[in-house]
Every structure is written in C-alpha cells, then in structure tokens.
Write a protein that binds this ligand. Structure first.
Ligand code: IVH
Length: 673
C-alpha cells in the first residue's frame, strides 16, 4: 500500500507529465509519446483523482474533456477595453500608416511587427500565479461572457504556464479558431445529420465557444493563437519580445510574427503572405502591423475605437469575373422561388463555380443585374460563392434588366409575395410538382422519418416512375414496385422496405415535422407533440387554441389550420395512421412503459447509439426524470464515454449504480417485451 503522500506525488507527477505532452502535441506539433501511451497516463490520473477527491484540482488535465452541465454565461467588465483595429485593403494605406507613425515619433527608429490576422473569435485570458483563472469573450468590447469551462477544453491553451518569468498577473489576448480540417469534419457531420452548415470557420468557432455543453466543445477541436500581452509588469518593453516570452510559457504564437524595419520590408511581407496564407491550416483574413515599442505605442495612443499604433491589412476575398448565362428560378418544398445565377464555369479558390444563389428579387434589383452581364463572384472565407457586383464596362448595349418571374416556372400559377417578406411564393402547394417532390424528399430525410434506403434521388425516381405521389404512398410500396426502379435489385428493395418498416416507430414530433406544414420546423413540431395529445386533437384545434401553446404565434397557428383544412392533407394523415405511424405523444401511449416511473436519472458523458437528447426523451417516455446533478436521490447514472471524474467520484461515494448505454437499453428492452 502506498502512502497518501506517495499518491499525491504521483498525481502531481502525472499532471505535469500530461501538461507537458499536451504542449508537445497541441502547441509544438511534436509529440514524444503515442496517443495510446497518453491515454494510459490520463486514465491512471483519472482513477487516482476519483479515489482521492481531496487532491481535486480544477486545472487538472483530466478536466480538458469538458462537462455536460449547462449553465448560462456570467458577464464581466473587461479590465482594459477590447478595441478593434482600423483596417484597409490597400498596401499604400499600410505604407501611409507606417509614415504617420514615423512622423509622430520624430528622430526615432520605428520597428513594425507584422503578424497574421486570424479569422476566428477573440478571447481574453487572465493568468494569476501562472494559472489560467478566467476566459472572457470580446462581447461588446466593454463586457464579455465568461467562457472558462469551454476554453479549458482547448488543449493548446496552457492551464499552468511552463518556463519562467511570467508576471504574477497578466492578461493575454488571442483568437480562438476552428482549423480548416476540423471545420470541414464538423460540416460533413452536420450535412449527414441534415443540420444547417456553418458558412465559415469564424462562425463555427464563435458558435462553438458559446455552447452550453463543454464536452461537445471539447469534441469539435478548437485551437487558439495569441497576439497581445497586457499587464503592469510585462517582461519586456516591446511587443515582439513579450510575445516570444509568451510562446516560451506555452502559448501558441504564430511563426509568421516578425520584425520589419522598412516600408519595403512591410510591402514584401504583404506580397509574400497574400499567397502563402492559402497553405495555412487555419483561416486568416489579413495581416496586422503593430508598432513594436510599448513606449512608442503609448505615445501614439488610441482613437475612440482603435489603437493608432496598429492597422489591419485585409486580404482581398478571392474574386472572379464571369459572364452570366441566364437566371433560373427554382421552386422549393415550401413554394418559395429562389433565383439562381447560372454562370460560365470559373475557377475560384480551387473549385469550379457554375451557379450562385441570388436569394430574392430585392438582391437582383440592388445588384442591378442585366442579361449577359459579367458578374463578380467571391468566396472569401465562405464556402458558398456569392455574387457581389457587376462589371458595368462589359454590359452589352440594349441588354435588359433581369426581371423576376411572375408565374411559377413549374406550374405557371401566378406568384404571390408574402407581406413583410422578400420572397415570392407559388401558392399552388398541392398541385406544383417541385413542391410535392420536395415534401416527399423532406419526409424521408434523416431528421424526419429517416427512411434508410430512400435518399433524395430515390424519392424523385419513385415519383417520376409514378410509384408514389405523396408520403403516404411510401407505405404501400411493394418489392415488385421497387424492382421497377433503375438500379434496384432485391437487396436494395429489401433495404427500403426495412427502412419503411422502421420509420413506423419514429416519434410523433418528428412525424409532425415530416408533414411539411409551412412554418412548422423541427422545434415547433416537437413543441406541438408535447402539448397536444394526438393528431386528432391537432387537426381539430382552432388558430386561437393553438396560439395558447408556448412559442406558437398567429402565423404558425394559421398555417397549421390551413394545412389541415385541405381534404388531401387529412387523407394523407389518415393513411399514415393506418400504416402504423406514431400519431400520439408517447407518454399517452400504452406502448411507452412506466419502467422508470419515479426514478431520478443523471445522464453523463458522450454516447454512440442515441444522442443525449434522445436519451432524455427515452427516460421521459418511460416515466423517469432526467436530473442535472448527482444527489442521494439519484437512482442511477446513464454513463457514456468520458464521464467526468468528479461525477464518477460522487457516484461512487453515494454508491449510485452506473449503467452503460448498452445496459440501459437492454434493461428497457427486457422490461418492455
Ligand atoms: S490586435 C488593440 N492582432 O481582429 C488591438 N487582433 O479587428 C487588438 N485579430 O478583435 C487587436 N488577429 O479579434 C490583433 N494578430 C492580431 C489579430 C487580431 C486577429 C482580431 C481580433 C480583434 C480584431 C480586430
């Protein structure tokens, strides 16, 4: 048996080893041990910490996995306001900036520091005695949100500084970014789950930083680069040396940071990074030039909004000029008409662009697009190309302005413009082909009925082959029908039929969402499922009664009433019911069990079979209660991977059973059958 002192020493040894390996891996990109060896050390530390809560430390590397406790963000006032930077797109203006600084400091040498302008979301970290004590977002510059729990999950941020010579108390500012790779992975995942995509890594980074679930933040792979050290006792009298010191304490400081001694060097720096930045693993939107000497910075001072000693040079978004072939008008599932610019194919940031949405009539007017115009297409940090202007010099004499269609391009019904909205809509909801097909595609989608084997293309092929003309027809499909489809064999047919069968157990809320009632999105649908007992109640409700439900306004209520006033919709719903779909909220169904009646259950960790949210639903469907924190009253914990060590310890202390995902599901199954 080792003494408590031995254990404490081992815990400390492990923490400092793990901190060092984190730094090697995330900051220096030079790991010394394998991931597996790292995990083993981490596991050892986790179990020692669990057995010895007296040695708990909120800065332990085990805390980097995040927790799932959700709470709002506290706000604090910044000790020093977080200002922005004056910016320019022109090299001449950067040169003028350098000239101005020199004039204001006659007879002095002025060294300029050139650095990357990272395109993420800014963060201010406070360190005391070498430890991270607080992380705050920029907010409005005066006050920001305290996001320490989320920031702790970013492995490249040191919780405990290494090296020496740091001030007892200082602030460091930097940019939290989502590297391109992690951004692409996240968007792929979101596309797979049919969730809206992030337009660029900046939005993804700021969205992630403000999430309530730090375990999810940990999973997404944020990173951070630092560029500004503030405090009363900084080690050096200049920005560059201070940043190099910060690097030695464990912060990520870009290798691109360099001292420039002439306007010529500044210009060369710009022309080099204008192209080289495309190879960087993170998004950058420009360069920043700062006067190096802190004394000179003080002399130059600030304007109301930004420092006079710094300027941002913004990279020109990548832009191409290409002729417009024609504007097409596309009809969506809800009847909204979207104008699309069809372009002569052009290469832009490595991909060929042929089409770009023009969104609505107002945008066509603002851009004043004429037939055959040459259009500017930009991509910047965005993944979706955007039309930003017209080359007037290239306009052909006599070309007419592009006009918006007056009738539906698919069914020729005159379009209507919804009051207060920018879009034109085809009102022929139940007779317009792309709307009908769009609704079928939506119905089978992953977040709706999730019918395995029927993707968008298959849905369209089935419609074109005359096999289905509405969602209810899907439930009468036979193998013989399916074999008529191009490329369908017995195996793919069987897969579809199985998928159709499985969809019958999809929860009521998703069925409502799948129906494509205008303005009824996923959240509203779930709310409706919770508030109304079953579909018959929903069909019979007046707009007034509907608006009594939380978050249901008159527009949604009227749309629901209108939807069910159509005989054809009521027939589809009836046939879906006959097919066996869930048409009532599960708590009122005999199928839901009371297996978990009266039980308080804590969910912790990350799961593979179902999402956390789904587990919450399952608990409620079976009469249980999902609670946030462990207490004597907790009946058991449903634990996924990476359950927090503090929770683990508490559960052990109170002898509360911990069930794995599989055990939990098996328990429900055995009891329900
Ligand atoms: S210095 C008082 N340096 O750009 C000067 N900012 O437009 C404070 N940014 O809010 C900022 N890279 O979020 C500075 N190397 C860099 C930067 C940088 C990105 C962001 C930062 C700031 C914004 C200003």
């Amino acid at each position: 048996m080792s003494s408590t002192e031995d254990i404490r020493r081992r815990i400390e040894e492990l923490r400092s080893e793990l901190n060092r390996h984190n730094h090697n891996y995330y900051v220096l990109n030079a790991p010394e041990i394998s991931d597996k060896e790292f995990d083993m050390l981490l596991k050892e530390l986790e179990s020692l910490e669990a057995e010895h809560p007296e040695f708990d430390d909120p800065y332990s590397p085990t805390k980097r996995v995040g927790s799932d406790l959700s709470k709002g963000f506290e706000q604090v006032v910044h000790e020093r306001r977080m200002l922005s930077l004056g910016n320019t797109y022109s090299v001449e203006e950067v040169d003028e900036f350098v000239g101005r600084c020199r004039e204001a400091l006659p007879g002095e040498d002025v060294t300029i520091v050139g650095e990357m302008k990272f395109d993420g979301t800014s963060i201010s970290l406070l360190y005391e005695d070498g430890r991270l004590v607080r992380a705050v977002t920029r907010g409005d510059g005066e006050r920001g949100d305290v996001v320490t729990d989320n920031v702790i999950t970013i492995r490249s941020i040191p919780l405990q500084l290494s090296g020496s010579g740091w001030p007892r108390r200082f602030e460091i500012r930097g940019e939290i970014v989502l590297p391109w790779k992690a951004f692409e992975r996240l968007n792929q995942e979101r596309a797979f789950n049919e969730e809206p995509l992030f337009a660029n890594p900046r939005n993804a980074a700021s969205g992630t930083l403000k999430m309530q679930n730090s375990a999810e933040v940990a999973r997404r792979g944020l990173d951070a680069w630092f560029y500004y050290l503030l405090g009363d006792e900084l080690p050096f009298d200049n920005h560059y040396d201070n940043m190099m010191a910060a690097r030695s304490w464990g912060f990520k400081v870009s290798d691109a940071m360099t001292r420039l001694h002439s306007i010529d060097e500044v210009d060369r720096y710009i022309s080099y990074w204008d192209t080289a930045r495309k190879e960087l693993p993170v998004a950058t939107d420009g360069l920043v030039f700062k006067v190096n000497s802190l004394r000179q910075q003080l002399n130059l001072g600030f304007t109301a909004k930004s420092p006079r000693w710094a300027i941002a040079y913004k990279f020109q978004a990548e832009r191409a000029l290409t002729p417009l072939r024609f504007v097409s008008f596309e009809v969506g599932r809800t009847g909204v008409i979207t104008p699309v610019a069809n372009l002569e194919p052009v290469l832009l940031s490595g991909t060929i662009v042929k089409r770009a949405s023009l969104h609505n009539e107002d945008i066509i007017r603002q851009l004043d697009i004429h037939e055959h115009d040459h259009l500017y297409v930009e991509k910047g940090g965005e993944i979706i190309p955007k039309i930003t202007g017209v080359d007037l010099d290239a306009r052909t004499v006599g070309a007419l302005p592009v006009s918006f269609v007056k009738v539906c391009p698919a069914c020729s019904t005159p379009l209507v413009r919804v009051e207060g909205e920018a879009s034109w809509v085809c009102p022929n909801k139940y007779g317009c082909r792309p709307q009908i097909v769009g609704r079928i595609e939506h119905f089978v989608g992953r977040r709706m009925m999730n019918i395995d084997g029927i993707g968008q293309e298959t849905a369209r092929a089935m419609f074109d082959a005359g096999l289905i003309s509405n969602p209810a027809d899907i439930y009468s499909l036979t193998e013989t029908d399916l074999l008529k489809l191009d490329g369908f064999g017995p195996r793919s047919a069987e897969r579809v039929l199985e998928g159709v069968e499985q969809s019958k157990s999809v929860a009521f809320g998703r069925v409502i969402y799948a129906l494509s009632i205008p303005y009824v999105g996923e959240t509203v649908a779930k709310k409706l499922a919770k508030s109304v007992r079953d579909i018959d109640t929903l069909i019979s409700m007046s707009a007034e009664a509907l608006t009594e439900i939380d978050d249901i306004g008159p527009r949604i209520a009227e749309s629901i009433v209108d939807f069910f006033s159509h005989q054809s919709n009521r027939e589809i719903v009836e046939r879906l019911r006959q097919a066996g779909l869930q048409m009532a909220s599960e708590s009122t169904q005999s199928a839901g069990s009371d297996r978990l009646a009266g039980k308080s259950i804590v969910i912790s960790g990350t799961f593979t079979h179902n999402s956390r949210d789904r587990y919450k639903e399952i608990i409620e469907e079976n009469g249980g209660k999902n609670v946030g924190s462990i207490s004597k009253k907790t009946d058991f914990i449903l634990a996924g991977d990476n359950m927090g060590p503090a929770k683990l310890e508490k559960a052990r202390k109170l002898s509360i059973p911990i069930l794995s995902e599989d055990e939990f599901l098996a328990m429900l199954k055995s009891e329900n059958s």
